[in-house]
Ligand binder design. Structure first.
Ligand code: NDP
Ligand code: 2IT
Length: 444
């Protein structure tokens, strides 16, 4: 067994029943093999063992009262994974599937993603198994207030700065921020994704989806191609999916399918994003509605079928493990040329290998969806500086960050003998900075 295998083996033994965490760690550490081989001092310093162990895990009770007066109890999590290059930074996910394994996989990914942005942010993630679906605004507010009543003591603008993720958008960040400010009596950049009237940044709402399209555009450009005239399939219909669709359409692509957790819509004329926004952002209703409102559009029950829709570019933007080996094979058979991950770990290990073997240009999540957290870091900079930048200014910075990430991971892959393997390239490019910072700071 080499060093990487030993660390993975130990991780699985020490953290049983955490399949998503095992999956993310396997993908990451396998990519880092050429780096640790080049740096034997890392093994002596138990660097990988420290890298995969969170600095701190906070687990807490979140009691709240629903509109009918019934008392509920949820679990709250914050995994403060790595602060070597900056304060912990990463989103909060509210979804019934949330557990420690999922928060740890997201936190581990976040360390390298945040490093790739080139900005000084460490890695963390949190959330709750709370299910926001069907809850009133009052219930959401009381839940967020209860969640923050414990979380506030663990975070701070220079310590840990949460943001949104699945189930946590502008409304939730507003309630969380209000409670933090009330308890702490300070108006600081302790959360990102805030509204524009209380410290938020322009472009943060659009950033993950736009960034995903910017990095894909760069991958197309260096191959003498563009989004123009391309058929695109996007899974999800939440924050990331909607703004990926918006930017892809503005560059001349035709987006033909999207989904939510119940089923997918297919519109061969091209998705009408105004209708999707009205259904998902305003009414918080189901995507099924789209087919009732747009002539010629189809609705299919179930999610998996979306990968049978032929496309040139697939942008999975919903959740982990949406694309397994079979779905990947189907996409390849139907001619997909580019897959860029808007969601975190949407392709499983078999799916990644299918794409790479077929020569599909595969842009992994930690690079492809880094635009969200990068713009969060720009929000933090504006908060600290008491500044407010224009849309054009933030958008230009975001675009440059995404283009730089593309070239950094491309270069890293080439330097370490795996040209074109962006999974390894992104892991390596992200890890080098974190590893250097950890080595410089001693055994901590
Ligand atoms: P949203 O809550 O806005 O949207 C999530 C979308 O994915 C919804 O359409 C939702 O459907 C669907 N979805 C969620 N869970 C499942 C599931 N188990 N099966 C099928 N569909 C599902 O979240 P975001 O758009 O913010 O996040 C989407 C992905 O992007 C996540 O993986 C997140 O970690 C990642 N990401 C988000 C960033 C951000 O800035 N927001 C930044 C980087 C990555 P339904 O409405 O039916 O639940
Ligand atoms: O997965 C992610 O990068 C996010 N959910 C965004 C995190 C952030 O701090 O903006």
């Amino acid at each position: 067994m080499d060093y990487v295998e030993r660390v993975l083996d130990q991780l699985k033994r020490k953290n049983p029943n955490e399949p998503e965490f095992h999956q993310a760690a396997t993908e990451i550490l396998n990519g880092l093999r050429p780096v640790v081989e080049k740096h034997p001092e890392y093994e002596k310093a138990a660097l990988l063992e420290r890298f995969v162990e969170p600095e701190r895990v906070v687990l807490f009770r979140v009691p709240w009262v629903d509109d009918a007066g019934a008392v509920h109890v949820n679990k709250g999590y914050r995994v403060q994974f790595n602060s070597a290059i900056g304060p912990y930074k990463g989103g909060l996910r509210f979804h019934p599937s949330v557990n420690l394994s999922i928060i740890k996989f997201l936190g581990l990914e976040q360390i390298l993603k945040n490093s790739l942005t080139g900005l000084p942010i460490g890695g963390g993630k949190g959330g709750s198994d709370f299910d926001p679906k069907g809850r009133s605004d009052g219930e959401i507010m009381r839940f967020c207030q209860s969640f923050m009543t414990e979380l506030y003591r663990h975070i701070g603008q220079d310590t840990d700065v949460p943001a949104g993720d699945i189930g946590v958008g502008g409304r939730e960040i507003g309630f969380l921020f209000g409670q933090y400010k009330r308890i702490r009596n300070e108006h600081v950049g302790v959360l990102t994704g805030r509204g524009l009237t209380y410290g938020g940044s322009l472009v943060r709402t659009e950033a993950t989806g736009y960034g995903l399209v910017y990095i894909t555009e760069e991958a197309l450009k260096v191959r003498g191609d563009s989004f123009k005239g391309k058929t695109v399939v996007i899974s999800g219909s939440g924050n990331v999916a909607i703004y990926a669709c918006e930017k892809a359409q503005s560059l001349g692509a035709k987006v033909v399918a999207m989904y939510d957790s119940n089923g997918y819509i297919y519109d061969k004329a091209g998705i009408r994003l105004d209708v999707v926004k009205q259904i998902k952002e305003v009414e918080r209703a189901r995507i099924k509605e789209y087919a009732a409102r747009v002539k010629g559009a189809e609705y299919h029950e179930g999610c998996k079928g979306i990968w049978s829709v032929p496309c040139d570019i697939a942008l999975p933007c919903a959740t982990q493990n949406e694309i397994d080996g079979d779905s990947a094979r189907l996409l390849v058979k139907n001619g997909v040329k580019y897959v860029a991950e808007g969601a975190n770990m949407p392709t499983d290990l078999e799916g990644i290998s299918v794409f790479q073997k077929a020569g599909v240009v595969f842009l992994p999540a930690k690079a492809a969806n880094a635009g969200g957290v990068a713009t969060s870091a720009l929000e933090m900079a504006q908060s600290s500086g008491r500044l407010f930048w224009s849309f054009e200014e933030v958008d230009a910075k975001l675009k440059k960050i995404m283009v730089d990430i593309y070239h950094n991971m491309d270069k890293a892959a080439e330097e370490y003998g795996c040209a074109g393997d962006y999974v390894a390239g992104a892991n390596i490019a992200g890890f080098i900075k974190v590893a250097a910072a950890m080595m410089a700071q001693g055994v901590v």
